[in-house]
Unconditional design. Structure first.
Length: 96
């Protein structure tokens, strides 16, 4: 099986980033879970019903593109921490 058939990019779905085929489940989330120590079986079970082969393809995609995906995950974590530090009131002030 070609793992490329289990990963798709669709304009307008998750910003055109790679997702597991037939879902809107991003490879980035597979990578985050895998980095946190979850096995592909655990990921498929936790977020199921996900096709286990597709989850393995997501892990393979992550490992093949690890530096870029790790950088994106770290950027998102930093943004999340920055927003949490600002608190909800600061975010509301900007929205008004």
């Amino acid at each position: 099986m070609d793992i490329g058939t289990l990963i798709t990019r669709t304009p307008g779905v998750y910003g055109g980033r790679p997702c597991l085929v037939g879902t809107r489940f991003p490879v980035l989330q597979v990578a985050a879970c895998y980095r946190d120590g979850m096995s592909p079986e655990q990921i498929a079970s936790e977020y199921g019903p996900l096709d286990l082969a597709a989850v393995y393809a997501g892990v393979a995609y992550y490992l093949a593109n690890q530096a870029a995906i790790d950088a994106e995950l770290e950027e998102r974590e930093a943004l999340s921490e920055r927003l949490a530090a600002e608190g909800p009131a600061r975010g509301l002030e900007r929205a008004v």
